[in-house]
Design a protein around this ligand. Structure first.
Ligand code: G1P
Length: 292
């Protein structure tokens, strides 16, 4: 099994119902966090972590993502003619960041099924999966942190973080033995358990290092939570046959697939910007004072 991780898979077929009506006719992944579509943050994380080939698992209504990572010929010509070279470089760079591939998930059968669409793209090797709803702000990209852990442990790795007990039913929940600072050996996994049946409050966040053995496991996985083929169940079925680790990443995670996470990410990223931060901070102080 090849152990150099150069391929990333980004599932983007989901409907984005938690952000309706904004997502009625546009992909949630294209909604901006400040001035970049959410998906670009995830793509940049993958690239900074060594990914060269990126496969999007798309679906109907997601063509704007393909267009975004393609050349924008007319726009580029316009920017060139007007001498707007900075913008031109920025726009052109987006399409040249990596090699992009696309495959469509025709029926929404769940995250496990979506990832199974990467089968033809992955050889006998390890690869990463990044869920576009999870944007992680950290000094070292989350996936890069995981690859560093991978170099020591050589197994599948799931990014995890502690969540409040009453929130276990929106995450995959891990049970395991802590084997070093921030690393657990996974002994059990449950998708979205109610708090009373949760094994712990350690939740899987949307970053995974998997290998090609996941595909047969997915094929054998029956529909689980919500009637969908869950990646959590497929990974669970490999416990005992594969080494599976959970890694508590360093960084701040935003769930930009829901309204409050989307708003928080916009504010947090804008506050960090040199051109926007101080004015926004003043404004926030003012409206907080006025409304409390
Ligand atoms: C998915 C996974 C879940 C994981 C979560 C992280 O759920 O199925 O195990 O904890 O992503 O964001 P979703 O949020 O897509 O329902």
């Amino acid at each position: 099994m090849k152990e150099i991780i150069k391929k990333a898979v980004i599932p983007v077929a989901g409907f984005g119902t938690r952000l309706l009506p904004a997502t009625k006719s546009q992909p949630k992944e294209m909604l901006p966090i400040v001035d970049k579509p959410a998906v670009q943050y995830v793509v940049e994380e993958a690239i900074k972590s060594g990914a060269e080939n990126i496969l999007f698992i798309t679906g109907r209504g997601k063509r704007a993502i393909e267009d975004y990572f393609d050349y924008a010929v007319e726009l580029e010509k316009e920017l060139e003619d007007k001498g707007k070279t900075d913008l031109l470089d920025e726009v052109r760079n987006i399409s040249e960041m990596a090699k992009f591939f696309y495959v469509r998930q025709k029926i929404a059968r769940g995250l496990g099924d979506a990832i199974n669409h990467a089968r033809g793209f992955i050889d006998d090797e390890y690869f990463s999966v990044l869920l576009a709803d999870d944007i992680i702000d950290s000094e070292i990209p989350c996936l890069k942190q995981m690859i560093n852990v991978f170099r020591n442990y050589r197994g599948m790795i799931l990014a995890v973080m502690e969540v409040p007990r009453d929130k276990t039913n929106i995450y995959g929940i891990v049970n395991g033995k802590k084997i070093s600072d921030r690393v657990y050996e996974v002994s059990d996994l449950i998708e979205k358990p109610e708090p009373e049946e949760a094994l712990s409050n350690i939740a899987v966040i949307g970053r995974y290092i998997l290998n090609a053995n996941i595909f047969n496991a997915i094929e054998e996985t029956k529909p689980g939570k919500g009637g969908e083929i869950q990646i959590t169940d497929a990974i669970k079925s490999l416990i005992g046959r594969e080494k599976i680790f959970a890694y508590e990443f360093k960084g701040m995670r935003y769930d930009v697939g829901e309204k409050i996470g989307f708003l928080k990410a916009n504010i947090a990223y804008a506050l960090k910007r040199e051109d926007l931060g101080s004015e926004l901070k003043e404004y926030l102080k003012k409206i907080v004072e006025e409304t409390t």
